[in-house]
Design a protein around this ligand. Structure first.
Ligand SMILES: Cc1cc2nc3c(=O)[nH]c(=O)nc-3n(C[C@H](O)[C@H](O)[C@H](O)COP(=O)(O)OP(=O)(O)OC[C@H]3O[C@@H](n4cnc5c(N)ncnc54)[C@H](O)[C@@H]3O)c2cc1C
Length: 334
């Protein structure tokens, strides 16, 4: 029996894969709004000012496409991204910047590109579907996990139950996790606006400084990236103002109403790769966290890896393992 701690995209996805493999599990999550619940769910091969290609993108995508289908319902949608480039040097060297990436990006004009092979996950629908399913199967317990109640033996005793393994996938909740909170997690506050826009029906995602994309019944404009401690508020007046300005530009003169101001912390890592591994001393404890801005992209592939590691001791990719932290002598910064 495996216990998963968390109630975001990581925890529920691991639960889904354990269910698919007929392995017994419980999920303990406080069900609070987190990064997953306000994420635009974009799986994007190209990111950053310099139009960098996500390493191993096609491998990650091959894992994601079948993963986000449950009982014939596909929660993932293929979508084009039209991106306006801001950086003057990138514009100058645009041909050079994209010449080895034509599978994923092509030029529209001198400062605009089309990003191909991008997808959008309806994260909230996916999570609500899974939560209902796990409540019905008796596998989801809405409660906050209390780390000081863990008793470590060959297995893990928690309250009156025993588990063979525990996978911690609690996003920024990791700061209270006495087994893994020494890792150099970096907080990254992200804010966005949820809009209702009159007569605006664009199917593609537009990126002009900020993104505008479909979200539920409306549209999502975001996001911000602020390196501030987890103790700071998740929403700010300043970001509300700057996102409102971005919304005016991105909706191209259409009337809109702001339905909600969204804010949450992404749990990022020191080198933009997740921390997915077994504890160095306690072999019954795993961490699955540090997904930063790319949870939807990373989660399916690494969910398979962590479960395969538990079952068959197959290796976890070195770029997400914890031993890279020691090698680089990086220390916790928050
Ligand atoms: C504005 C914004 C936009 C984003 N856009 C994208 C995007 O387009 N594409 C993309 O891939 N990613 C995006 N992300 C990032 C993405 O949201 C994350 O990478 C991913 O959702 C992280 O999932 P998680 O499950 O690890 O963590 P979280 O979403 O933080 O979930 C953790 C959950 O565990 C719960 N929890 C914490 N502690 C405990 C405890 N002790 N006991 C029980 N439960 C606990 C929390 O309350 C929470 O519900 C965005 C993030 C933000 C903020």
């Amino acid at each position: 029996m495996v216990l998963i701690v968390g109630s975001g995209l990581a925890a529920f996805s691991i639960g889904l894969e354990l269910e698919r493999r007929a392995i017994k599990f419980n999920i303990m999550g406080d069900d609070l709004t987190s990064a997953s619940h306000i994420s635009s769910g974009i799986i994007n091969p190209i990111s950053g000012r310099e139009l960098l290609l996500t390493p191993n993108y096609n491998i990650l995508l091959d894992a994601a496409i079948p993963f986000y289908v449950i009982d014939g319902t596909n929660f993932l949608k293929k979508v084009d991204i039209i991106k306006k480039i801001k950086d003057i040097n990138t514009i100058k060297d645009l041909e050079l910047n994209i010449e080895n990436k034509t599978e994923w990006i092509s030029k529209i004009n001198e400062d605009t590109v089309l990003i191909k092979k991008a997808y959008q996950l309806d994260v909230n629908l996916f999570l609500n579907t899974l939560k209902k399913r796990f409540i019905e199967s008796g596998n989801f317990f809405k409660e906050a996990f209390e780390y000081n109640l863990v008793e470590l033996k060959d297995n893990v005793k928690y309250k009156n139950k025993e588990y063979d393994f525990v996978i911690f996938a609690e996003g920024m909740g990791i700061v209270k996790n006495i087994f893994f909170n020494h890792l150099p997690f970096l907080p990254n506050r992200g804010e966005a606006l949820y809009l209702s826009v009159q007569n605006y029906n664009k199917e593609e995602i537009c990126h002009d400084g900020k993104f505008i994309c479909k979200y539920g019944d409306g549209f999502w404009v975001g996001s911000t990236f602020d390196r501030v401690p987890f103790s700071e508020p998740s929403k700010t007046e300043n970001s509300f103002e700057s996102l409102s300005q971005a919304a005016i530009k991105l909706t191209e003169g259409h009337n809109f109403q702001i339905m909600a101001h969204l804010g949450a912390f992404r749990c990022a890592s020191h080198d933009r790769r997740p921390y997915i591994d077994v504890h160095t001393e306690h072999k019954q404890l795993y961490v699955f966290n540090g997904l930063g801005t790319k949870g939807a992209t990373y989660i399916p592939f690494f969910t398979h890896q962590i479960i395969d590691h538990i079952l068959y001791k197959t290796p976890i990719n070195k770029e997400v393992r914890l031993d890279r932290i020691k090698r680089n002598k990086i220390y916790r910064t928050v």
